[in-house]
Design a protein around this ligand. Structure first.
Ligand code: HEM
Length: 479
């Protein structure tokens, strides 16, 4: 039965809840966010929250700006979901920093941020790492162009993945990969499949856990395990190498090394364990790479479609940086237009998805409705970031919306990285990378539509994190 004063929404049938209605609409519209939009107009007249039940999970989608702010600041809704989907990924125990709560989350998040800073995270060193990576990226593009392959048309929707990963992995594990590294390519393809197969509120087998036993293939459970086993192996191999270095007394130059040293000195104590280290690395790998590279995929898809924006960005780069050196993070304060391009790109990315789910830790209220303990509560970012009254013509790419009198201005209703205690840990790194990568690329090259082919599509690939639909650009050197 629906709890008393639960947010309005479709009927709950025995066992399946409102699943069939949600899945049917998703099928019809092609996207989960569109399905939720239709449900909201059908059942709550565009109201602040909509209540669903999918299998065993009570889910509240938070639609309005005010209700989202209320939710993100309500400590009673500061939990992360529990259950098969969130625990299988970390061997049946809740571990990591992305999908945990309580003491473990607090302690490990604090430790992670503190020690990543030693290696540049959130500091000046971060800009240098991004710049270094941009140099590799530019050289790779030049090599592709010199090779004469593909008639200078490059697939851009997944072009940035490795470079983005490298900036984070330099600090986490002291490694950078070649974009052509076959092992990494495999991992990235696996991640892409994973993020496409699940959505922010879970997967079929998490709403109906029995299906993981009776229909492991059909429910996606088997695939979920296969992908995670591959990821764990990748991380465990790297940790093993770090242990050897620790034994050999090699200087510690990354987060993995620091964590292993703490384990050596204190043993597995309180919330510290080797399993927790693997889980944290996995969380950073997932949260830190897919999000930024997919925001970049939207940026370039729009830059190809909208040559006027590209021209303005290049004009500012040429004027402020010139042609004799590459852009750096320090240039950002003098380049409002390019900074606004970054904010607009993040808006297009988060505006097509949902936040990381929260969970009510105890019975509470939201927008005047009752939210029972253990309800999953999810920010519907589409509703805020694509709201026509806040962002006129929301699906067009207009960096100008973040400029007032030639300066960057971020309105209080723009919070694509969340708010309050669970706020994104990597927003500073994400914005740094996006600025340095985009400006470095636009300084050296122009990205044009491929002659004779349609413009990059505005439709995107749905999933836990959305991606621009695959597209190529004709890349033309500028200098
Ligand atoms: C454009 C890029 C990114 C976007 C749009 C983004 C967005 C978000 C959002 C909306 C949340 C959830 C906040 C909440 O639960 O209320 C989040 C959490 C998180 N993000 Fe990001 N993120 C990005 C990049 C990154 C990067 C680069 C990293 C890692 C360096 C990262 C690490 C995390 C972590 C660890 C959390 C969980 C925080 C917690 O629960 O305490 N993210 N992010």
């Amino acid at each position: 039965f629906k709890p008393r004063n639960f947010p309005p929404g479709p009927k709950w049938l025995p066992i399946i809840g409102s699943a069939s209605e949600v899945y049917k609409l998703r099928e019809k519209t092609g996207y989960l966010y569109k399905a939720v939009k239709e449900l909201s107009s059908m059942y709550c007249d565009g109201g602040p929250v909509i209540g669903l039940k999918i299998g065993k999970d009570k889910i509240v989608m938070v639609n309005s700006l005010e209700a989202n702010k209320e939710m993100l600041h309500n400590e009673d809704i500061d939990g992360r979901p529990k259950g098969i989907f969130y625990q299988t990924r970390t061997w049946g125990e809740r571990r990591g920093v992305l999908l945990t709560d309580g003491e473990l989350w607090k302690e490990q998040r604090r430790f992670l941020i503190k020690h990543l800073k030693e290696f540049g995270f959130g500091r000046k060193g971060m800009g240098e790492i991004a710049h270094n990576e941009a140099c590799y990226m530019i050289n790779d593009v030049k090599e592709i162009l010199n090779s004469g392959d593909n008639k200078n048309c490059i697939y851009m929707h997944n072009f940035f993945n490795t470079y983005i990963l490298n900036t984070l992995w330099t600090m986490m594990a002291g490694i950078r990969y070649q974009a052509s590294d076959p092992q990494l390519k495999l991992l990235q393809d696996l991640m892409f499949d994973l993020f496409r197969a699940v959505d922010m509120v879970g997967a079929v087998f998490s709403h109906f856990p029995i299906l993981s036993i009776i229909a492991p293939t059909l429910s996606g459970y088997k695939e979920f395990i296969r992908i995670h086993k591959r990821l764990w192996k990748f991380l465990r191999d790297e940790i093993a190498k770090h242990k050897e270095n620790l034994d050999a007394g090699t200087e510690i130059t990354d987060f993995m090394g620091v964590y292993l040293r703490v384990l050596r000195e204190n043993g597995e104590k309180d919330t510290y364990s080797e399993g927790q280290l693997v889980a944290m690395c996995m969380d950073m790998f997932m949260a830190g790479t897919e999000t930024t590279s997919k925001s970049m995929s939207f940026a370039f898809s729009y830059l190809v479609r909208n040559q006027e924006v590209q021209r303005k960005a290049q004009e500012e780069i040429d004027r402020v940086v010139g042609k004799n050196r590459m852009p750096t993070l320090e240039d950002r304060s003098n380049m409002p237009y390019n900074e606004a391009v970054v904010h607009e790109s993040v808006r297009h990315f988060m505006g097509r998805t949902f936040g990381v789910p929260h969970r009510a830790l105890r019975n509470t209220t939201l927008a005047g409705y009752n939210i029972p303990e253990d309800t999953m509560v999810v920010s519907n970012y589409t509703n805020i970031l694509m709201d026509e009254s806040l962002y006129p013509e929301p699906y067009s790419f207009r960096p100008e919306r973040f400029l007032v009198d030639g300066k960057v201005f971020l309105p209080e209703y723009y919070f694509p990285f969340g708010l309050s205690k669970h706020r994104c840990m990597g927003d500073v790194l994400a914005k740094c990378n996006m600025f340095v990568f985009t400006t470095s690329m636009l300084q050296k090259f122009s990205f044009l539509p491929v002659p004779g082919e349609p413009l990059p599509s505005l439709e995107h690939v749905d999933g836990a994190t959305p991606s621009a639909a695959p597209f190529k650009a004709l890349v033309v050197p500028r200098m």
